[in-house]
Design a protein around this ligand. Structure first.
Ligand code: NAP
Length: 247
């Protein structure tokens, strides 16, 4: 059975991806940091439908916790074939002149360094150089990497640009290892992340400027993620799927 590790899978896009991955036959490692009950609910739903999933607590902004996380996934599920770098944060909407170094560090540790370090650990499981059989990595970036997110969170946007560049470079670096690396860039998806930015109704404010005139569902992003994680996308590496309602 193939194993997929989804970081930040206790809610939102990560949780939707976990549910779909189980339906597609993956054993699912549901990572969370703080929301244990939510993560356990995701696993419970998967089990009720006959799937295999386990929760794994780890703060992926910390290197030692990432190393522990991958070790625990090896021990409890084994055979890691897909990594979804989904965990991500943003903070209170703000102009750049009010940003602190501490905030920049939190954002880049959670969104960017986590993706780099999780890729490193995944390579050590998937690459034939380390005894693996190849695999897939999907980075959940953001359309903010194209827009820059002015007046809201340029720090977050910049942290996602680095994830885009990671995707392009690593796809080429790992092509000979049988590991494909791709990214999904969502925008305006109905999750709790907008409340973390201080504007729970952000999508309502913006929706008339979106060509499809609505926000997206986490399940719609999950479809793109799972396509890139699966054999169906076997000739694609280093690509981006924008799930943005046309923006
Ligand atoms: P969300 O609802 O806020 O969920 C974030 C998830 O990440 C939670 O499960 C949270 O778990 C986890 N997480 C945060 N920090 C973590 C850490 N240090 N270690 C482990 N887990 C951590 O967010 P979402 O909207 O689903 O976003 C998922 C991804 O999509 C993010 O990378 C985000 O940047 C990206 N995205 C979202 C949108 C959108 O419109 N929603 C648009 C573009 C990109 P705990 O609660 O347990 O900490």
């Amino acid at each position: 059975m193939k194993t997929i590790l989804i970081t930040g899978a206790s809610r939102g896009i990560g949780a939707a991806t976990a549910l779909l991955a189980a339906e597609r036959g993956f054993a699912v490692a549901v990572n969370y940091n703080k929301s244990r009950e939510d993560a356990e609910k995701v696993v419970e739903i998967i089990k009720q439908k006959g799937g295999l999933a386990k929760t794994f607590q780890a703060d992926v902004s910390k290197e030692e916790e990432i190393v522990r996380l991958f070790g625990e996934v090896d021990a409890k599920l084994g055979n890691l074939t897909s990594l979804i770098n989904n965990a991500g944060i943003l903070e209170q909407q703000s102009r750049l002149e009010n940003l602190t170094l501490q905030r920049l560090q939190r954002i880049f540790e959670a969104n960017t360094f986590s993706a780099f370090l999780c890729c490193r650990e995944a390579i050590k499981r998937m690459s034939p150089k380390y005894g693996g059989n190849g695999g897939t990595i999907v980075n959940v970036s953001s359309i903010a990497s194209r827009t820059g997110a002015p007046f809201e969170y340029i720090d977050y946007a910049a942290s996602k640009v680095a994830v885009d560049t990671l995707t392009i470079g690593l796809a080429k670096e790992l092509a000979d290892d049988g590991i494909r690396v791709n990214a999904v860039r969502p925008a305006f998806i109905h999750t709790d992340i907008h409340a973390d930015g201080g504007e729970p109704n952000r999508i309502e404010r913006i929706k008339e400027t979106i060509p499809l005139k609505r926000g997206g569902l986490a399940s719609e992003v999950a479809e793109a993620v799972l396509w890139l994680a699966s054999e169906q996308s076997s000739y694609s590496t280093g690509i981006f799927i924008d799930v943005t309602g046309g923006r």
